[in-house]
Design a protein around this ligand. Structure first.
Ligand SMILES: [Zn+2]
Ligand SMILES: [Zn+2]
Length: 266
């Protein structure tokens, strides 16, 4: 059994009721590190030193600018004795990019943590260590997606030891990799970043996500990185999508099985 906890579900603009999109898997694996990461962990009652592994999808600020804050908190508060290591998986150049970001944010304060308590992995596939204590082991493959090219955009195909296949699409518009991989995935975490009518193909929109979900009727899609407001009386209309698409909210937790996703709380 796999648990997926959405600590945020908004796009880069943080629509009312949503913080930046952020997913925590099995209590220890984070995908991306948005600027509000620490606040999101606090709200969920998760200590930053419980994070074992970080997978980075691409170099946009709403996915990475929280990284220095995560290290700063661990260095001075939750892991001041240096007992925890963070494994960071990113595409080629990830160590250099994230180290530069830490130097911009807190000059001089994080160099020892980066050197001693962070392990960078820049290969394109591998095993994720350290999560066996919670939900079992994972392997992954990183794959290219269609988004702003300067951000080096990727998604992750995650395979759990139970056989469950969880596809994370990062930020992307329609592309052959997502279309090829989605039918074989049990659950797909996909962005729905812009409404129809915005002239960009770098994000999924209601119309294109509808087409994808209809082409993969056996797959459950969890839509996040949403452009819509949430939980307020003034919140706009929620797009009408096929039945195998669930639009998530901040705080949603799901149990994933090969048969799909069950919302267990919010
Ligand atoms: Zn984004
Ligand atoms: Zn992006």
């Amino acid at each position: 059994m796999v648990e997926v906890h959405f600590l945020g579900s908004g796009n880069a603009f943080c629509p009312t009721g949503r913080m930046h999109s952020l997913v925590l898997i099995d209590g220890g694996l984070l995908i991306d590190a948005p600027p509000t990461l620490l606040a999101q962990l606090r709200i969920a009652g998760i200590s930053p030193d419980e994070i074992d592994t970080l997978l980075v999808t691409h170099w946009h600020g709403d996915h990475t600018f929280g990284f220095p804050f995560l290290l700063l908190e661990r260095r001075y508060i939750s892991d001041r004795d240096g007992e925890h290591t963070l494994d960071v998986h990113a595409h080629t150049g990830g160590e250099q990019r994230l180290s530069h970001l830490c130097d911009l944010a807190f000059p001089g304060s994080l160099s020892d943590v980066l050197a001693e308590r962070v392990r960078f992995h820049e290969h394109s596939s591998g095993e994720i260590e350290g999560l066996v204590r919670v939900g079992g082991g994972w392997t992954y493959e990183r794959y290219p997606v269609h988004h702003v090219p300067e951000t080096d955009p990727h998604g992750y195909s995650l395979v759990h030891e139970s056989g469950l296949v969880l596809l994370h699409c990062g930020d992307s518009g329609p592309c052959s990799e997502i279309e090829r991989r989605s039918p074989d995935a049990d659950v797909v975490i996909i962005e729905l970043g812009i409404p129809d009518g915005v002239p960009s193909d770098f994000h999924y929109k209601p119309s294109t996500l509808t087409d994808l979900a209809r082409a993969c009727p056996e797959t459950t899609f969890l839509a996040t990185h949403l452009f819509t407001e949430s939980g307020t009386e003034s919140a706009g209309e929620v797009p009408s999508l096929p039945r195998n698409v669930i639009q998530v909210a901040d705080g949603d937790r799901f149990l994933l099985e090969k048969s799909g996703a069950t919302r267990i709380s919010n």
